[in-house]
Design a binder for this molecule. Structure first.
Ligand code: KIV
Ligand code: ZN
Length: 523
């Protein structure tokens, strides 16, 4: 199954945005949001979607079950520790899937065995075998991960992997759980498994790298070079701590350097940018401007010398075409006289697959925006589409505000919120405050007074969606409430309104509650 790197191989893409990605602080998603992302991943062409850790909470179980029941076009996978309760719960959530996979894991490094599990090598092998066998009793597609494999003694790793395959594992995943490996080490690790594990041909070798040293993509590519047949990754590289291997980077590296890797994936690369934007909108985790492939500057040629070269011959400075990753080069401008058909056209060209009903809703918002702003750019339309995806049940919504402020003094804010009904027919809440360090702080204090929710603001960012003085502001905030982080995002031509919307979204998320949730890897 793991053929030599000289032939042209298809590498499986195992997306774990909904599981490991969701383990990023503040990135928890509700059911609708997870479904939205799962559908987008199918359109993107990933092979396997790790939909969650079903035993973590009733919400996680429900999300995996709904995705398994309704999403087709990819294998749906659920994570389980190597114990009966986890495995049974995972299968309960997955059983309706057309194609299901149970992913069982158990730590193998001496540091994890000694301090976390307090188990001997023999006990770990026995537990891994029992877990794989139990999972195999439910389904034919079983993945086994020796957690912290990159810090596991190679002889012991070979022993565990052989035993897991003998017990019925069809994929063996090699995680660099703490992002400690280097590319050369990863290459040697995969090569050693291929040389020394006698039954290795009965399973696909997979790799799962974290980015603590910024090496997750390089390590994953080194594993592919050594013969791995599956890469685990997340959209925008989100995940625990510094994140996971970024899907868009590994996919485009394999495609662009097919001459070198002789390997490719089934990913529809034109869906990379829209999927990246969707995940950024839903999680509130912004993509850095200079991020490879999907960052706003990834294809911008600012320096005169580059522009000159680009005009003569694109390949002088461009190794990929922006349209191949779903980035439209043209920035056609729409305005208040543009009709529904022109808007629908731009929405399609930008890679968003919206229903007629959704386009109608966006058209209403587009008209309001075109009244406030002369020129509506692609970035504005993308922001409208993303708002559509990111609809969140709102306990509180903004009706309006009045503000008076002078430099150096506290602002006077009157804030009006609607409580309880998304259609604006709920109860009106009014707060008046004369406090705060500037207008944004004043508005945040007024929202806290009106909702009765006190938070700590952990992050606040503003960026322009497009160009020009009348550009829409996109604000993201991260609030801490009862020990959990919640993110919110707001977009408006008025940056105070955008700030208020972002703050309210985070408060609505906080009020929707963070269910107590088991972390798969922490005792
Ligand atoms: O990083 C890790 O080791 C994991 C495992 C659960 C595969 O996420
Ligand atoms: Zn991980």
């Amino acid at each position: 199954m793991n053929t030599p790197a000289s032939s042209n191989r298809t590498i499986r893409i195992f997306d774990t945005t909904l599981r490991d990605g969701e383990q990023s602080p503040g990135a928890s998603m509700n059911l609708t949001e997870k479904m939205e992302i799962a559908q987008a991943l199918v359109q993107l062409g990933v092979d396997i979607i790790e939909a969650g850790f079903p035993i973590a909470s009733p919400g996680d179980f429900e999300a995996v079950r709904e995705i398994a029941r309704t999403v087709s076009g990819a294998t749906i996978c659920g994570l389980a520790r190597c114990n009966d309760a986890d495995i049974d719960r995972a299968w309960e959530a997955l059983k309706a899937a057309r194609s299901a996979r149970i992913h069982v894991f158990l730590a193998t490094s001496s540091i994890h065995r000694q301090f976390k599990l307090r188990m001997t090598e023999d006990e770990v092998v026995a537990r891994a075998v029992a877990g794989v066998k139990r999972a195999r009793g439910y389904c034919d597609d079983i993945e086994f991960s020796p957690e912290d494999a990159a810090r596991t003694d190679l002889d012991f790793l070979c022993r565990v992997v052989e035993a897991a395959i003998d017990a019925g594992a069809t994929t063996v995943n090699i995680p660099d759980t703490v992002g400690y490996a280097t590319p050369n080490q990863m290459y040697r690790c995969i090569s050693t498994l291929r040389e020394r594990v006698p039954n290795i041909d009965k399973a696909v070798i997979s790799v799962h790298c974290h980015d603590d040293l910024g090496l997750a993509v390089a390590n994953s590519l080194a594993a592919v070079e050594a013969g791995a047949g599956q890469v685990e990754c997340t959209i925008n590289g989100i995940g625990e701590r510094a994140g996971n291997c970024s899907l868009e980077e590994v996919v485009m590296a394999l495609r662009t350097r097919n001459d070198y890797y002789a390997a490719d994936t089934q990913v529809v690369s034109q869906r990379l940018v829209p999927t990246s934007r969707l995940v950024a909108t839903i999680t509130g985790i912004q993509v850095p401007r200079n991020k490879a492939i999907v960052g706003r500057n990834a294809f911008a040629h600012e320096a005169g010398i580059h522009q000159d070269g680009m005009l003569k011959e694109r390949s002088t400075y461009e190794i990929m075409r922006p349209e191949d990753v779903g980035l439209e080069r043209t920035d056609l401008v729409l305005g208040k006289h543009s009709g529904r058909a022109a808007l629908a056209d731009r929405v399609r060209a930008l890679g968003y697959a919206l229903t007629a009903e959704q386009v109608n809703q966006i058209f209403e918002k587009f008209k309001l925006l075109a009244d406030r702003k002369k020129e509506v750019y692609d970035g504005d339309i993308a922001a409208l589409c993303e708002d559509q995806f990111a609809e969140f049940p709102e306990e509180y919504s903004l009706t309006g505000y009045d503000i008076a402020c002078t430099s150096g003094g506290s602002p006077r804010v009157t804030l009006r919120l609607n409580h309880g009904r998304a259609d604006g027919e709920g109860e009106e809440k009014v707060a008046e405050v004369s406090a705060g360090d500037g207008p944004v702080d004043g508005i945040f204090l007024a929202i806290e007074q009106a909702t009765g929710v006190t938070t700590r603001c952990r992050d606040f960012r503003v960026q322009a969606v497009t160009v020009g003085k009348d550009a829409q502001a996109e604000v993201t905030v991260e609030l801490e409430y009862e020990g959990h982080l919640h993110r919110g995002r707001g977009v408006s031509t008025d940056s105070l309104e955008a700030s208020a919307k972002a703050f309210l979204m985070a408060i609505n998320r906080a009020l929707a509650g963070s269910q107590p949730k088991l972390h798969p890897q922490r005792p």
